[in-house]
Design a binder for this molecule. Structure first.
Ligand code: SF4
Length: 226
Protein backbone atom coordinates (compact mmCIF):
# COMPACT_ATOMS: atom_id res chain seq x y z
CA UNK A 1 0.00 0.00 0.00
CA UNK A 2 2.91 2.36 0.70
CA UNK A 3 4.32 1.60 -2.76
CA UNK A 4 0.94 2.25 -4.35
CA UNK A 5 0.53 5.50 -2.42
CA UNK A 6 3.68 6.80 -4.09
CA UNK A 7 2.88 5.32 -7.49
CA UNK A 8 -0.54 6.95 -7.83
CA UNK A 9 0.87 10.43 -7.20
CA UNK A 10 0.26 12.42 -10.37
CA UNK A 11 -2.21 9.92 -11.86
CA UNK A 12 -5.78 11.01 -12.64
CA UNK A 13 -7.93 10.66 -9.48
CA UNK A 14 -11.32 8.86 -9.62
CA UNK A 15 -14.24 11.25 -10.40
CA UNK A 16 -15.90 11.00 -6.98
CA UNK A 17 -12.60 11.76 -5.21
CA UNK A 18 -12.18 14.85 -7.40
CA UNK A 19 -15.70 16.04 -6.60
CA UNK A 20 -15.14 15.34 -2.92
CA UNK A 21 -11.95 17.40 -2.92
CA UNK A 22 -13.48 20.27 -4.92
CA UNK A 23 -16.62 20.41 -2.79
CA UNK A 24 -14.99 20.29 0.66
CA UNK A 25 -16.07 16.69 1.24
CA UNK A 26 -19.79 17.55 1.08
CA UNK A 27 -21.57 14.22 1.86
CA UNK A 28 -24.55 15.11 -0.37
CA UNK A 29 -22.48 15.73 -3.48
CA UNK A 30 -20.38 12.62 -2.78
CA UNK A 31 -23.60 10.59 -2.45
CA UNK A 32 -25.09 11.87 -5.72
CA UNK A 33 -21.84 11.62 -7.70
CA UNK A 34 -21.38 8.02 -6.51
CA UNK A 35 -24.93 7.16 -7.58
CA UNK A 36 -24.16 8.53 -11.04
CA UNK A 37 -20.79 6.79 -11.30
CA UNK A 38 -21.99 3.17 -11.52
CA UNK A 39 -20.88 1.63 -14.82
CA UNK A 40 -19.95 5.02 -16.21
CA UNK A 41 -16.63 6.44 -17.39
CA UNK A 42 -15.08 8.85 -14.89
CA UNK A 43 -15.02 11.82 -17.27
CA UNK A 44 -18.75 11.35 -17.99
CA UNK A 45 -19.56 11.08 -14.27
CA UNK A 46 -17.60 14.22 -13.49
CA UNK A 47 -19.22 16.27 -16.26
CA UNK A 48 -22.74 15.06 -15.40
CA UNK A 49 -22.27 15.72 -11.68
CA UNK A 50 -20.95 19.21 -12.39
CA UNK A 51 -24.01 20.03 -14.56
CA UNK A 52 -26.39 18.66 -11.95
CA UNK A 53 -24.78 20.52 -9.02
CA UNK A 54 -24.89 23.76 -11.02
CA UNK A 55 -28.67 23.34 -11.21
CA UNK A 56 -29.10 22.22 -7.57
CA UNK A 57 -26.59 21.84 -4.73
CA UNK A 58 -28.76 20.62 -1.85
CA UNK A 59 -31.32 17.83 -1.28
CA UNK A 60 -34.11 20.43 -1.04
CA UNK A 61 -33.32 22.19 -4.32
CA UNK A 62 -32.58 18.94 -6.16
CA UNK A 63 -35.84 17.38 -4.94
CA UNK A 64 -37.68 20.21 -6.73
CA UNK A 65 -36.24 19.21 -10.13
CA UNK A 66 -38.40 16.89 -12.21
CA UNK A 67 -37.10 13.45 -13.19
CA UNK A 68 -37.02 14.66 -16.82
CA UNK A 69 -34.87 17.67 -15.86
CA UNK A 70 -32.47 15.41 -13.94
CA UNK A 71 -32.33 13.02 -16.92
CA UNK A 72 -31.38 15.88 -19.23
CA UNK A 73 -28.69 17.10 -16.85
CA UNK A 74 -27.02 13.74 -16.23
CA UNK A 75 -27.23 12.31 -19.76
CA UNK A 76 -25.16 10.43 -21.06
CA UNK A 77 -24.32 8.51 -17.84
CA UNK A 78 -25.32 4.89 -18.23
CA UNK A 79 -28.84 3.98 -17.06
CA UNK A 80 -29.55 7.73 -16.80
CA UNK A 81 -33.32 7.19 -16.61
CA UNK A 82 -33.07 4.84 -13.61
CA UNK A 83 -30.42 7.02 -11.98
CA UNK A 84 -32.53 10.18 -12.43
CA UNK A 85 -35.40 8.45 -10.62
CA UNK A 86 -33.04 7.31 -7.81
CA UNK A 87 -31.63 10.84 -7.45
CA UNK A 88 -35.12 12.35 -7.23
CA UNK A 89 -36.40 9.70 -4.76
CA UNK A 90 -33.23 9.91 -2.72
CA UNK A 91 -33.49 13.72 -2.37
CA UNK A 92 -37.16 13.49 -1.41
CA UNK A 93 -36.34 10.93 1.28
CA UNK A 94 -33.45 13.01 2.61
CA UNK A 95 -35.85 15.95 2.98
CA UNK A 96 -38.77 13.96 4.38
CA UNK A 97 -36.92 11.67 6.79
CA UNK A 98 -33.50 13.13 7.50
CA UNK A 99 -34.15 16.87 7.75
CA UNK A 100 -32.47 17.56 4.41
CA UNK A 101 -29.14 16.11 5.55
CA UNK A 102 -27.26 12.97 4.54
CA UNK A 103 -27.31 10.46 7.43
CA UNK A 104 -23.98 9.31 8.81
CA UNK A 105 -24.58 5.62 9.53
CA UNK A 106 -24.48 2.60 7.24
CA UNK A 107 -27.87 1.44 8.53
CA UNK A 108 -29.56 4.72 7.54
CA UNK A 109 -27.66 5.24 4.28
CA UNK A 110 -28.70 1.89 2.79
CA UNK A 111 -32.37 2.77 3.30
CA UNK A 112 -31.99 5.49 0.62
CA UNK A 113 -33.19 4.56 -2.89
CA UNK A 114 -30.37 3.20 -5.08
CA UNK A 115 -27.82 3.21 -2.24
CA UNK A 116 -25.95 -0.01 -1.52
CA UNK A 117 -22.91 -0.72 0.64
CA UNK A 118 -20.44 0.53 -1.98
CA UNK A 119 -22.03 3.98 -2.14
CA UNK A 120 -22.65 4.11 1.61
CA UNK A 121 -19.04 3.19 2.40
CA UNK A 122 -17.69 5.88 0.07
CA UNK A 123 -19.97 8.52 1.61
CA UNK A 124 -18.84 7.49 5.10
CA UNK A 125 -15.13 7.53 4.13
CA UNK A 126 -15.07 10.74 2.07
CA UNK A 127 -17.97 12.69 3.56
CA UNK A 128 -17.73 11.70 7.23
CA UNK A 129 -14.02 10.83 7.49
CA UNK A 130 -14.77 7.31 8.71
CA UNK A 131 -11.71 5.16 9.41
CA UNK A 132 -13.81 2.01 9.88
CA UNK A 133 -15.04 1.37 6.33
CA UNK A 134 -13.72 -0.14 3.11
CA UNK A 135 -15.41 0.76 -0.17
CA UNK A 136 -15.29 -2.14 -2.63
CA UNK A 137 -16.09 -1.50 -6.27
CA UNK A 138 -15.21 -3.59 -9.29
CA UNK A 139 -11.52 -2.45 -9.29
CA UNK A 140 -11.00 -3.21 -5.60
CA UNK A 141 -12.72 -6.59 -6.00
CA UNK A 142 -10.61 -7.54 -9.05
CA UNK A 143 -7.21 -6.40 -7.77
CA UNK A 144 -7.69 -7.84 -4.27
CA UNK A 145 -8.33 -11.22 -5.89
CA UNK A 146 -5.42 -10.93 -8.35
CA UNK A 147 -3.12 -10.00 -5.45
CA UNK A 148 -4.36 -12.98 -3.42
CA UNK A 149 -5.51 -10.78 -0.52
CA UNK A 150 -8.93 -12.42 -0.82
CA UNK A 151 -10.48 -15.31 -2.68
CA UNK A 152 -14.03 -14.22 -3.37
CA UNK A 153 -16.70 -14.18 -6.04
CA UNK A 154 -18.66 -11.06 -5.09
CA UNK A 155 -17.67 -7.50 -4.03
CA UNK A 156 -19.76 -7.88 -0.83
CA UNK A 157 -17.66 -10.93 0.11
CA UNK A 158 -14.48 -9.02 -0.76
CA UNK A 159 -15.43 -6.18 1.60
CA UNK A 160 -15.86 -8.57 4.53
CA UNK A 161 -12.69 -10.53 3.66
CA UNK A 162 -10.66 -7.32 3.43
CA UNK A 163 -11.74 -6.32 6.97
CA UNK A 164 -10.19 -9.58 8.14
CA UNK A 165 -7.10 -9.64 5.93
CA UNK A 166 -5.82 -6.05 5.79
CA UNK A 167 -4.37 -3.65 8.35
CA UNK A 168 -6.94 -1.23 9.70
CA UNK A 169 -4.88 1.87 8.98
CA UNK A 170 -5.25 1.28 5.24
CA UNK A 171 -9.03 0.81 5.13
CA UNK A 172 -9.97 4.38 4.13
CA UNK A 173 -7.31 4.37 1.38
CA UNK A 174 -7.92 0.99 -0.24
CA UNK A 175 -10.56 2.37 -2.61
CA UNK A 176 -8.56 5.38 -3.76
CA UNK A 177 -5.35 3.41 -4.31
CA UNK A 178 -6.85 0.37 -6.02
CA UNK A 179 -9.36 2.28 -8.17
CA UNK A 180 -6.61 4.59 -9.42
CA UNK A 181 -4.34 1.59 -10.05
CA UNK A 182 -7.16 -0.32 -11.71
CA UNK A 183 -7.98 2.52 -14.09
CA UNK A 184 -4.37 3.07 -15.08
CA UNK A 185 -2.35 -0.15 -14.71
CA UNK A 186 -4.19 -3.21 -13.35
CA UNK A 187 -6.93 -2.92 -15.93
CA UNK A 188 -9.76 -5.44 -16.18
CA UNK A 189 -8.51 -6.85 -19.49
CA UNK A 190 -4.78 -6.98 -20.28
CA UNK A 191 -3.31 -5.52 -17.07
CA UNK A 192 0.03 -3.76 -17.60
CA UNK A 193 1.98 -6.07 -15.29
CA UNK A 194 5.30 -5.04 -16.90
CA UNK A 195 4.74 -1.45 -15.68
CA UNK A 196 3.40 -2.44 -12.26
CA UNK A 197 5.30 -1.32 -9.15
CA UNK A 198 3.80 -4.10 -7.03
CA UNK A 199 4.43 -6.90 -9.57
CA UNK A 200 7.08 -8.48 -7.34
CA UNK A 201 4.45 -9.02 -4.63
CA UNK A 202 1.62 -10.06 -6.94
CA UNK A 203 0.85 -13.70 -7.79
CA UNK A 204 -1.39 -12.42 -10.65
CA UNK A 205 -4.12 -14.88 -9.78
CA UNK A 206 -6.51 -15.37 -12.69
CA UNK A 207 -4.47 -13.20 -15.09
CA UNK A 208 -3.81 -15.04 -18.33
CA UNK A 209 -2.92 -12.16 -20.67
CA UNK A 210 -1.17 -8.87 -20.07
CA UNK A 211 -0.41 -5.72 -22.04
CA UNK A 212 3.32 -5.31 -22.81
CA UNK A 213 5.18 -1.98 -22.83
CA UNK A 214 4.83 -1.81 -26.65
CA UNK A 215 1.03 -2.03 -26.30
CA UNK A 216 0.76 -5.60 -27.64
CA UNK A 217 -1.01 -8.28 -25.61
CA UNK A 218 0.89 -11.33 -24.39
CA UNK A 219 -0.34 -14.66 -23.06
CA UNK A 220 1.36 -15.57 -19.79
CA UNK A 221 2.85 -19.03 -19.41
CA UNK A 222 1.75 -21.05 -16.38
CA UNK A 223 5.20 -20.48 -14.85
CA UNK A 224 4.80 -16.72 -14.95
CA UNK A 225 1.54 -16.91 -13.00
CA UNK A 226 3.34 -18.07 -9.85
S1 SF4 B 1 1.24 -7.36 -11.35
FE1 SF4 B 1 -0.39 -7.29 -12.89
S2 SF4 B 1 -2.14 -8.34 -11.91
FE2 SF4 B 1 -0.71 -7.78 -10.27
S3 SF4 B 1 -1.41 -5.81 -9.51
FE3 SF4 B 1 0.15 -5.39 -11.06
S4 SF4 B 1 -0.97 -5.12 -12.98
FE4 SF4 B 1 -2.37 -6.13 -11.50
Amino acid sequence: MRTLAQAITGLEMPAVEKISEAQAEDPFQILIATLLSARTQDATTHAASTRLFKAARTPRTMARLTVKEIERLIYPVSFYRNKARFVKDCCEMLVAEFGGRVPSTMEELVTLPGVGRKTANLVLILGFKSLRNICVDTHVHRISNRMGWVETDLPEETEQALYENTARRWWPYINLYLVTWGQNVCRPVYPRCGDCVIAADCPRIGVSRERTASGASKTLSRGSLR
